[in-house]
Design a protein around this ligand. Sequence first.
Ligand code: CA
Length: 355
Amino acid sequence: MKNRNIFWTIALIILTVLMTISCRARTVNTPDAGVENPQTAVPAAESSNPGDDSASSADTGTENPQTAVALSNNPNPGDVIVSATGISMAWIPAGTFTMGSNIELDFAQPPHRVTLTNGFYMSNYEITQAQWTAVMGTNIQQQERYYYGGVGALSGVGANYPMYYVNWFDAIVFCNMLSIKEGLTPAYSINNSTNPDDWGPVPASWNDPALAVWETVTIAANSTGYRLPTEAEWEYACRAGTTTAYNTGNTITDNTGWYRHNSADGTSEAGGKPANAWGLYDMHGNVSEWVWDRLDEYTAGAKTDPTGPSATDDRVRVLRGGSWNDYEEPLRSAYRDSFSPEGSSNAWGFRLVRP
Ligand SMILES: [Ca+2]
């Protein structure tokens, strides 16, 4: 009887130890609610697979792109969520900053105070070719159709390369298609429909009669879906608290981003240069990025949640951040480029935001 008691005592101790070890292991492996701190995220070289679900998930152990992560009620700047489609997005906090610059070449005078009253999520990377194909079903070769310089050419092909040959209308179609795919309320409405299937073919030439209708696009109030950043949201997120010409300082360096002096005559895989303080990659260079706003001259007064002019006489839309094909100046945080919304190029792409 005594031996039997000792046996059960030892068995109980062993069982307790085993359960403790098991619990500890499970605790260590549990993802932190899918939230990844970009300050501790794996370096870009190891995580340069924004379009590759399996690799990023296996590498970090904190992302499961197959599962939409519940939005945090109180995220910190740079906290990452990963959408059901595998698009990682960083939290950009509400705040006030000085938009524009006094550098004449930036076309961004006068500098003025802008307040963004709501935080938002912004995709950590430019939308990649794999992400485009997953939502739209077409590849970069099928999308190549018009180059404003007159000569078409592909400038980098691969799952993790940024998508280009996307005109402004293509980008808003992508936003709504992705929102529908993920069960969110689409942000854009044309002719009282938020379903791009009702909109007809995307206008891709300056004399397409459908342009008149497409340019009436509006943002649906209170939508939960994906959209292009406003110009103010883009610059605020690019700066991430910095006030210098680039978010890496007042002079460009190799780490600032891909541009004409360090890109091999084309785009590079997303995430190849260091992220800014809020975990955003390639805000400077690689592909220049469409934003929502039509181009207009800045005015001096302070503004809250600006969305640009609504008049269609300013029909060109703003592009931000410069590209692999640009010299130093267009990569600056404040620099404003623009083009007609039906135009596309092998140096222009986009990224997304959502509430
Ligand atoms: Ca870019």
